[in-house]
Ligand binder design. Sequence first.
Ligand code: MTE
Ligand code: HPA
Ligand code: MOS
Length: 764
Amino acid sequence: MKNIDSKSHVRGESVYLDDIPLVHGTLFACAFDSPVAHGKLKSVDTTEAEKSEGVIRVITAKDLIGENQIGGIIPDEPLLADDEVHFQGMPIAIVLAESEVLARKAAKKITADIEQLEPVTDPRIAAANNDLIVPPKKFKLGDTDAAFIRCEHVFEGRADINGQEHLYIETQGAYATPTENGGLRVYSSTQGPTAVQRAVCRVTGLAMHEVEVDVQRLGGGFGGKEDQANAWAAICAVGAQLTKRPVKYALHRMEDMRMTGKRHPYSADYKIGIGEDLKIFAYEATFYQNAGASADLSPPVLERTLFHCTNSYFIPNVTATAYSCRTNLPPNTAFRGFGGPQGMFVIESAIAHAAEKLGVPAWDIQQANLIDSGDEFPYGQIAESDAITTWTQGDGMFDFARLQEKADEFNVSSKYFKKGVAMMPVCFGISFTKTPMNQARSLVHVYTDGSIAVSTGAVEMGQGVNTKIAQVAASMFGLPIEAVRLHTTNTLRIANTSPTAASAAADLNGKATQMACDAIRERLFEVAKPLVEAENTADLSLDDGFVYRNGERTSLDWKTLVMDAHLQRVNLSEHAHYATPGINFDWETARGHPFAYHGYGTAIVGVTVDCLRGRYEIDYVKCCHDFGSSMNTSVDHGQIEGGIVQGIGWMTIEEVFYDADGKLRSNALSTYKVPDIYSVPKEIAILPLETDRENLAVFNSKAVGEPPLMYGIGAYFAIRNAIKAFKKICPPDVGAAADHAVLSFDAPFTAEKVLMNLYETADG
Ligand code: MTE
Ligand code: HPA
Ligand code: MOS
């Protein structure tokens, strides 16, 4: 079944924020943002901008009626800079003008007197200064100090991971219109309508029941709009409140790249202890997260780094410590994987390091340590499934050893092109790690013509959540999907929503929809029971638009049943609430059962590196992925392909670059490369692992939004293996490589870095 949006997308008829018809009198906002990364804001001069053509008003911090604060987790983020600027791109003033062009023109005329302060961009320096967003977080399983003493081999090193620009096709934006009695309606391109509502209320001083937030769909979010859509909505809301006119702000690409945060860069130290049997006995990691200038979502991102620091492996002794370090960059934020990918990159680096020193292929170590059901994660949850099955089934299908042999054969005969292969197992926990966020609501109306309207807290951003929810409702009522229509995500219909994030939107909102449909269906069965002369409602079912009794079709059709029910004054609407059962986590002890379940998978990635030029191609990504039981294979395969390409982009060509002054140099599509049709893998093969064991996923269809991104990490290590083949460092059949230096672990592996690595000598 295709994504229900596919036709309107292709025809260009899908409605995004910028397509909303404008109300007469709409003003356009444009921010004047800090030209420097750190400084004391002494004064702002807006006089020239105020005199500029078409300008209605210029707003600075002192104009706000409510609080100048949008920090969701920690109140450390002013909407508009007041006495200090913390990052280049921090909004200082807002111009409101009659047109977009005039607003932008006027914003250029604003000047600010800023006494510059030394910017910090390196998280290790921030940590040394003890400039942390929250106190350090720690996970501990077993006793690493004692364990390392007993390990035959111990290796230590460092891994660095860069950030990633979200590059959603639709940039950030919002449109606020005044409603009766001082209220506001805000259209926003956000993953978190309630987060926007809260931020708007804070800066305007309005109560939540006075503010309606409405979201049709996003042209991509990828985490970048979980929290960071708030600022633009708040700016429009403040403008609308002060002028009593509608205000719209849709960011230009370069504004968006400069002013918004990205995936968190991390720097990490690791120590890994391994026995003769290649079992990892002890692992220690220290993570320095580059949080940027304010907290945003950095604390939960940091926590998820810890949750995933051992990836798919069972390690009996683990100590992991994580620091969220304040720097003068835009606040970094959620990005597909939410800190998990960074944690996984570090353990994969540690394993590659150990393999290199021991003269064994990394995958021998990976395979020897895959988590099994019954094993304990470092946070106390017991694995219910295992990481072994996707590995063995993938091997059965794709023959990993043969793929490695093919690469080795190629490398013998090819001098300047080398192939590299790497395995990438992935284990990802599904649920918000903050337990209270795992709740959702759904409002289902059955109309008297038999058609069905569904509203939930889920935001459609291309991931197909609306298609899955429509499938749930259609299947509960035994109707074709056309009978169901998903409506906008709206805070008046669905209140107090969690953001669409953590890959959990289809599970949470789908389950709530299932519950709502079930309640209506039960009432309809009561109506049908006498009409079809059934003894129990349990004998009844719905299919093909008819009522079935004991599996046999009756003459009672859906539309007649619905109308009969209505005439009998039976309620045809339901508002249901779902909360994931059985989950908990206690940060006091750093133990609990935070995840409803885990998603597993194993990928093998093959690349070819051009060793004269440093360029590379991704030959294939073949994976065995645990779907539980996919309710929509075309949507799920799309998520896997997209996730893989996005993960590969992060690990290879995408290079976020801030200079020492904290200025973003990769600030446009000419200087920031994302995967295009030429850089996607030549082949993506997906072997579904279909299991019928019970899980907490909707219709047993496991969440698939984030986990595949992490297959992309395999591309980094495959490139690395190709480089080693060229340099003849430690090919799998040569043992004693112990005195070779380990190539640094420093993602992304841009062509430039590949070239330098190819021609650096082993001892540096
Ligand atoms: N797919 C598309 N096309 N666009 C997106 O913005 N976001 C990803 C993933 N897949 C995203 C996407 C992220 S970060 C998450 S958390 C999940 O979708 C959220 O949606 P779900 O919970 O419905 O899987
Ligand atoms: N994942 C994604 N987003 C989140 C989470 C999480 O675990 N917690 C809070 N926001
Ligand atoms: Mo996704 S990073 O949880 O929005």
